[in-house]
Every structure is written in structure tokens, then in C-alpha cells.
Design a protein around this ligand. Structure first.
Ligand code: PMP
Length: 390
């Protein structure tokens, strides 16, 4: 190999390894250094130069894996959704979609028992979370758990939000008493991600009640897998905003639809933010598909219940294999083995065609986050682990 080829090869291996082990911080630093060296980033604003972007779970293109790494549903969306999207794929696509998502808001209002003015629709809940940081938290001080959704610090940095990461306990529990300190806002997922743990709804109410001068955002992406929603507190607490997504329990990660649920003024704030960015975030097909999904409650309950059952069976098997499994009310589990390193297990599972998520981060670097697949997929996962552990 000549010198240039060798350098290229070494760089490629280095970046592949960093991605493989999810060492995103080093990956980003190296990328910036490399681009600086090549003077490629001279057109970047300071904001883009300094930001550390979120890196989503791998969507592999090289070969077919059993994908247990991004908490998608293993089941297809309701047939009604496919039918509605087919019907909407017509000549009207030449027209912009309804910027107010009126039909979808009406369907969501009916499902949640709210008024349509209490609903905001976003292009996935990630977009709504970003809008929330911009609309409500910019220039202010916000609290969130130290082990939590890794997009929060990214949005905080993007929108100039001062934030404090409040440590969860040694057993990864959130303690409501830790959220009494001074703040302008609090955001947390419930169930928490990536821990999968659900915080008792009474504790959530305590946090909302004791912080009535702050906006409390409860990100309920995984609420349908056994938790109790805070939506019932919306009328009582004007400082509460609840975020939902159709990506997990509705099998629609590919359609990109999420909701913010809260009092009208908060929803107006999000509309102001959206209309300063892009009026048409939800396309015609997504609006049609999402309405159909909300109406097919039977299919939703069936598939959601199947995921819960498979999760509970998988947990029992993993405990038999010597794994510690945190108490999950989500469509994923967070596991650690007493004698095998998570990073090694991640690698071995990948070699066997199974993708899970490994976070090379303080406190959780010996854990794997495993999404719940079908019974067959989880059977293969358990059998593969047996082979690795023996
Ligand atoms: N919140 C949490 C806690 C999540 O884990 C995710 C999924 N990565 C999201 C929000 C975003 O989901 P989506 O944008 O697909 O609605």
C-alpha cells in the first residue's frame, strides 16, 4: 500500500470503530479536526462549528440484521393506515398540505379527550422537542436527568439553553425531590430512555405541582407500553406539556408524526415557532395515515399488547442467563451482565446479525439497550446470547 492509501485506510478503520462503539464524542471531535485541517468548514457559522449533533441508531444498508437498536415496532402499521395513504396518493399532492393539520388534530382530540386547540402536531416528536427548547427554554435554565434522552443536551446547545443534568440514583431511578431546585423548566422522558423505567405518576404530579412557575415537559414516547400518562393533568396544570409519538406503539416511525398536548397558550407558542420555520411540516400522506392510525384502536391495542407480552417473556429468559434487567415499561429493555462486558456483547451480537444499542457514556457503558422484536426475533436473540455466554 502506498502512503496515501494507508492513511486513508487507517482513517476509515478509526472512524468505523468509533461509530461501531458509539463513541460519538470522539467521532465528532475527530471529524471537526479533520475538516479544520482541510479548511472545509470555513463556511460554517460558529453555531454549527461548535455543536455536537445527535447520532441516531444505525439503519444498516450492508446486510439484513435483526434490528433491536432503534425501538421501532416489529409489527407493520394498521392496514387502515396503508389504505388511507394509498387513497391520499392522488392528484392533490400538487397542493400544499393543510398547515394546521385540522383533521388530524380533531382525530387526536377525540382520542385523548382534549380540545383540538390543546394539540400541536410535529414531524416526529423530535421536531416538537426541538421546537419546545426554542419556544420555551431559549436563554433559560432547564433541568433534566443525567441519564436520559441524549437529544436534550443537543437541543439545549442549539437553542442556547443553560441546563443542569440531575443525577438519577444508583439504580437509575428519578427522585421527584431532586427537582425542587431553582429552574425555569424541567424536561424528562417517562418512561425514561434509555433506562426504560417508569416514574410513578404521583411523583410526576409532584414535580409539576412544585414547579408551577416553570414549564414541565413530560416526553411520553414509550407511555403505551405499561405506564400511566400525565395527559390527565393537562386541565389542572397550565405549566404541563406532554409529548407523544406515533413512531413506537403505532408502528409509524417512518411516517414522522408526533403530538404535543397542553393548554392553548403553550400550543400557540409551538405554532409560532413552527410558522417561523416551516409551515408544512406534516405532508398530506402523513396526515391521512396518522388519522387512520388513531382511529384503529383495536389494532393498536393488539400490537402493543403483543410487544408487552414478548418483553416480559424475554426479561424472564434474560434473568435466567444471569442478566440484570431494569424494570421496563417500554418497548425496550436495558440490560447488563455480571461477567460479560456490554461492549463485547454488542460486538458479538452484531457478528451474529443482531443490532442492539450500546452507549459509550459514563454510568451506562456496561449496559445494552435492546428493543423488543417479534417472539421469533427475541427467541433468536436469546439463543444467540446462550451461544455467546457458554
Ligand atoms: N423521545 C424519546 C425519549 C425517544 O427515545 C425518541 C426516539 N428516539 C423520541 C422522543 C423521538 O421519536 P420520534 O421523533 O420518532 O417521534
Amino acid at each position: 500500500m502506498d502512503d496515501r492509501k494507508e492513511i486513508k485506510y487507517n482513517l476509515f478503520s478509526l472512524f468505523s470503530n468509533l461509530i461501531e462503539f458509539n463513541d460519538i464524542k470522539r467521532y465528532n471531535q475527530l471529524m471537526i479536526m479533520l475538516m479544520e485541517t482541510m479548511n472545509m468548514n470555513r463556511f460554517f457559522s460558529d453555531m454549527i462549528k461548535n455543536i455536537e449533533p445527535y447520532v441516531p441508531g444505525e439503519q444498516p444498508k450492508d446486510k439484513k440484521y435483526i434490528k433491536l437498536n432503534t425501538n421501532e415496532s416489529p409489527y407493520p402499521p394498521s392496514p387502515e393506515v396503508i389504505e388511507a395513504i394509498r387513497e391520499a396518493a392522488n392528484a392533490d399532492l400538487r397542493l400544499y398540505p393543510d398547515p394546521d393539520c385540522e383533521g388530524l388534530k380533531i382525530a387526536a382530540a377525540e382520542y385523548y379527550g382534549l380540545k383540538k386547540e390543546q394539540i400541536f402536531v410535529g414531524n416526529g416528536s423530535d421536531e416538537i422537542l426541538a421546537f419546545c427548547f426554542g419556544a420555551f427554554y431559549s436563554g433559560k435554565k432547564v433541568l433534566f436527568p443525567d441519564v436520559s434522552y441524549s437529544f436534550y443536551p443537543v437541543y439545549a446547545n442549539l437553542f442556547n439553553v443553560d441546563y443542569e443534568e440531575v443525577p438519577v440514583s444508583d439504580s437509575f431511578e428519578i427522585d421527584a425531590a431532586d427537582y425542587l431546585k431553582e429552574n425555569d423548566g424541567i424536561i424528562m422522558p417517562n418512561p425514561n430512555a434509555p433506562t426504560s423505567i417508569f416514574l410513578n405518576i404521583e411523583e410526576i404530579e409532584k414535580i409539576i405541582k412544585k414547579n408551577q412557575d416553570s414549564l414541565v415537559i413530560i416526553d411520553e414516547a414509550y407511555i403505551d407500553f405499561g405506564g400511566i400518562s400525565a395527559v390527565k393533568y393537562i386541565e389542572k396544570y397550565p405549566n404541563l406539556l406532554v409529548i407523544h409519538t406515533m413512531s413506537k406503539s403505532r408502528s409509524l416511525a417512518g411516517l414522522r408524526v408526533g403530538f404535543a398536548l397542553g393548554n392553548k397558550t403553550l400550543i400557540d407558542g409551538l405554532e409560532r415557532m413552527k410558522n417561523s420555520f416551516n409551515s408544512y411540516t406534516i405532508d398530506r400522506l402523513a396526515q391521512a395515515g396518522a388519522i387512520a392510525a388513531l382511529k384503529d384502536t383495536l389494532y393498536f391495542e393488539e400490537t402493543r399488547n403483543k410487544v408487552i407480552l414478548t418483553r416480559d417473556n424475554t426479561v424472564a429468559e434474560l434473568i435466567q442467563l444471569g442478566f440484570k434487567v431494569l424494570d421496563s415499561k417500554s418497548n425496550f429493555i436495558f440490560i447488563s451482565h455480571k461477567s460479560f462486558k456490554a461492549a463485547d456483547l454488542f460486538q458479538k451480537l452484531k457478528e451474529n446479525g443482531i443490532l442492539v444499542r450500546y452507549f459509550n457514556k459514563p454510568r451506562i457503558d456496561n449496559y445494552l439497550r435492546v428493543s423488543i422484536g417479534t417472539d421469533e426475533e427475541m427467541g433468536y436473540f436469546i439463543d444467540t446470547l446462550k451461544g455467546i455466554l457458554c
